[in-house]
Design a protein around this ligand. Structure first.
Ligand SMILES: [Zn+2]
Length: 240
């Protein structure tokens, strides 16, 4: 049995999502975060000819705090969905705007991912193959270190087209970085498409039942959401 761990650069994946969405052409295309680890596991089974145990899916993301006019509720709901419904191990870094329009660029996410990947490399028997969803060449020293420890590496990327190439060319061409051909997500859209199903949800604020496709842990009905939006627009100073 081969053990694999997945390390996802959430900023990169977020950046890639609209491209996958456009490529699919369906207005309702959504990335199925539960299907993604399964796709990766099946690909590794194909590549290695051995059964693969997916030990963990690590997801690294950022969240904006104290950003003027910005409510991060949707981001919090998204990360909660990844953690509770998709069993991702999430590590989310706060990006504090300190109530200013622009914030300083921070690299917590990249360093966090690299630290976790290298840490696990040094835990005996933790995993054999690191599957990396990222496109930045800054990860090269991390990948080299992982391979120096005798682990194998797989790049889960995107081929891209029409001027959008989110994976650094060296990541794809350097023979010393990855042990398997890149798994291109754009070639497997059929397996990554999330089918939304409507279900009856109970509003956590007013208790009303409503048919919804929302899958978040907590749920607010349409009228409560509208009310909240109005309240916010009155509280937040007008931008511009
Ligand atoms: Zn309600």
């Amino acid at each position: 049995m081969i053990k694999a761990m997945i390390f996802i650069d959430g900023s990169w994946l977020y950046h890639v999502r609209p491209y996958l969405l456009n490529l699919d052409g369906r207005q309702d295309f959504e990335l199925d975060y539960r299907a993604l680890p399964i796709l990766i596991r099946n690909y590794l089974v194909e590549q290695t000819g051995a059964p693969v145990d997916l030990v963990r899916t690590h997801y690294f993301g950022t969240i904006a705090v104290n950003k003027p006019g910005h409510d991060n509720l949707r981001e919090r709901q998204f990360y909660e969905m990844l953690n509770k419904r998709c069993n991702y191990q999430t590590e989310i870094y706060e990006f504090d705007f300190k109530n200013r329009e622009a914030g300083r660029r921070e690299n917590c996410l990249e360093v966090g991912l690299s630290t976790a990947a290298v840490y696990n490399t040094f835990q005996p028997g933790a995993y054999d193959i690191a599957c990396i969803l990222a496109g930045d060449i800054d990860y090269q020293p991390m990948i080299r270190q992982i391979r120096n420890m005798g682990k194998r590496t797989l790049l889960v990327g995107v081929k891209g087209a029409n001027g959008f190439y989110p994976v650094h060319p060296r990541m794809m061409e350097d023979p010393n970085m990855f042990d398997y051909p890149m798994l291109a997500m754009d070639e497997h859209l059929d397996k990554l498409h999330y089918e939304r199903t409507e279900q009856m949800r109970t509003c956590d604020s007013c208790g009303k039942e409503e048919l919804s496709t929302f899958t978040s842990e907590w749920f607010y009905c349409k009228s409560c959401r509208d009310e909240y939006k109005q309240l916010r627009s009155r509280q937040t100073p007008v931008e511009g």
